[in-house]
Structures are given as C-alpha cells and as structure tokens.
Design a protein. Structure first.
Length: 307
C-alpha cells in the first residue's frame, strides 16, 4: 500500500528565535532546569501579574540560554578586538572574561526583572482605569446585573484594556474552568498587579457572601479610588522634583567631572588598567553616558504612564 505524505501543517515547524525564543530555549534546556524551578516561584507569580502567557520553565530556560550566549559572544568579540589593537593576550582574556561575565549577569538580571517592570506598568495603567471601571460597575450593579455578567461586559471594553484583560480571566475561570464567581474573584485578586483592584475584588467577595448592597459598596469604592488618585498626583509632582535633580547629577555633573579628571590624567601622563586616557574617554562618551541616559529614561517611564 502506498504511503501518503502528511500534510504540510502537521510537519514540525522550525522554531524562530525572534518569534518564540522561549520555546527554542525550552527545547534545549527545559528538562535540565526542572530541579532549579523552586528557586523561581516568585518569578512565576510576577509573570502572572505581568500577564505573560509563558510557562515558568520556558522563561527560565530563555534566561539561562540568553545570558550564557551573551557571555560567550561578548567574550569572543572583546578578546578579538583587544588582540587586533595589540593588547596583551593575558590582559585581553582577563578583560574579555570580566566584561563577558558582567554582560551575562546583566542579561540574566534584565530578563529576571522584566516581568516586574511589565507588572508595574500594568499596575499603573490599571490604577488609571479604576475610577472609570468602578463607576461603570456601580451603574451595572444598580441595574441589577449579576457579577459574572458584569465582568463579561467589562472584558469587551476598549477604553480600559488592562481591567478588561483581568475581567477576561475571571470570565474564563467561570465559563471554561467551571469555578464559581467567588473562587474566580479570589483567584484574580491574588494575581492582579494592582493592589487597589485587588482590594475592590476582595470587598466585592465579602459583599456577595454577606448579602450586602453591591451598588452602595461600589459607589463607596469609587469615591475611595478618586481620593487615592488625587494623593498619587501630589506624590508624582514631588517625585518629578527628585527626578530633575537626578537628571542633572547623572547627565550633566557626572560627565563633566569624568572629562575633567581624564584631562588632568592626560596632562600628567599614564592610563588605567592598560587603557589609555583617550580610550577611557571614548568608553565614557559612547558607553557610560548612553547607559546613564537609558537609566534616566527608565526612571522617567516609571514615574509617568500614558493615560
């Protein structure tokens, strides 16, 4: 009997580093890191709050693969460049190993704290949406709409995408996973990045269990959230003052001091760690200052969130 070839869709497709790097990392490292996963349980909770639809095992595999690859690649490049410019082989290997290890640790740390940054961004966007969401929920409660139907209406909202995403999780737990509404609300309270939204869900659960007036509770929650937003606005103004001082220190005072120090070293003569003053000035100009600028941008982004 003649064998038929399987359709193209059923064939195994090659994994792309750009489209799904965590799947590629899981293929090579997934089984080898199972014993290390208990050390990353807090990362798994943060990934849930950041709404990352990636398994913890795949993400940790990606962290290890990328950090190791960046260490090897940077080591090879730095050693090759230093040998080309006739730096001693031993010194080149030492610099290559140190900078490569530092870059690997930096990549690992960046990937480790990336879910925290994403969760922080979600939290701030969600806190901006909550006054409108709470008032909307109070109107729906006044109309006699049950909680499950209420969150089903919220998940279709385009003006509050972050709360809509969490509402979709609640509806999924009820309609697909078979949880009751109280269990779904408690589960979402634990994985929500916003402390304010978690408190609203906790109060909603208590109100439903005690048979209280859901409309009055949501109206009170709306007023409380409005007060919290006014307090947060005042705190942001104070934080911007601190940010301005940090910007002046990192981007104006620090580079000037470094350049003056290197100029004095050039007059006296000598270098630092086998590097000439010119090379160190280039490192500051094209390396340290851009890194400081990126740090300032990250700080500013943590303070301001688009409405």
């Amino acid at each position: 009997m003649k064998k038929t070839k399987p359709p193209p869709d059923s064939a195994e497709k090659p994994l792309s580093v750009l489209k799904a790097p965590w799947l590629l990392a899981y293929r090579y490292l997934g089984r080898r890191i199972q014993t290390s996963l208990p050390y990353f349980q807090d990362l798994g909770v943060t990934m849930q709050r950041a709404a990352l639809k990636i398994s913890l095992q795949s993400y940790v595999s990606m962290m290890i693969l990328f950090s190791g690859a960046s260490t090897l690649v940077s080591f090879s490049i730095i050693v090759s460049v230093l040998v080309i410019i006739r730096v001693g082989a031993g010194l080149a290997v030492m610099y290559g190993f140190g900078i490569g290890l530092l870059l690997g640790v930096a990549v690992f740390s960046l990937l480790y704290f990336l879910p925290s940054l994403l969760a922080m961004t979600r939290r701030k966007k969600m806190d901006l949406e909550l006054p409108y969401v709470a008032s909307h929920m109070s109107i729906l409660a006044a109309a006699g709409i049950p909680p499950t139907r209420m969150f089903k209406l919220l998940e279709d909202s385009r003006t509050t995408p972050e709360v809509a995403s969490d509402s979709n999780e609640i509806v999924r737990d009820v309609e697909i996973l078979g949880d009751d509404i109280l269990t779904a609300l408690e589960t979402e309270r634990e994985r929500s990045p916003s402390r304010v939204f978690a408190d609203v869900l906790e109060g909603l659960v208590a109100t439903i269990r005690s048979g209280g007036n859901m409309k009055n509770y949501l109206l009170d929650a709306t007023h409380t959230i409005m007060d919290l937003r006014r307090i947060a606005a005042r705190q942001m103004i104070d934080s911007l003052g601190v940010f301005a001082e940090t910007y002046i220190t990192l981007m104006i005072v620090f580079p000037l001091l470094i350049i003056v120090m290197f100029s004095v070293m050039a007059l006296v003569g000598g270098g630092l760690g086998g590097l000439s003053v010119t090379m160190m000035m280039s490192l500051v100009t094209y390396g340290i200052i851009p890194v400081c600028g990126a740090a300032v941008m990250v700080m500013l982004d943590s303070l301001l969130v688009e409405d």
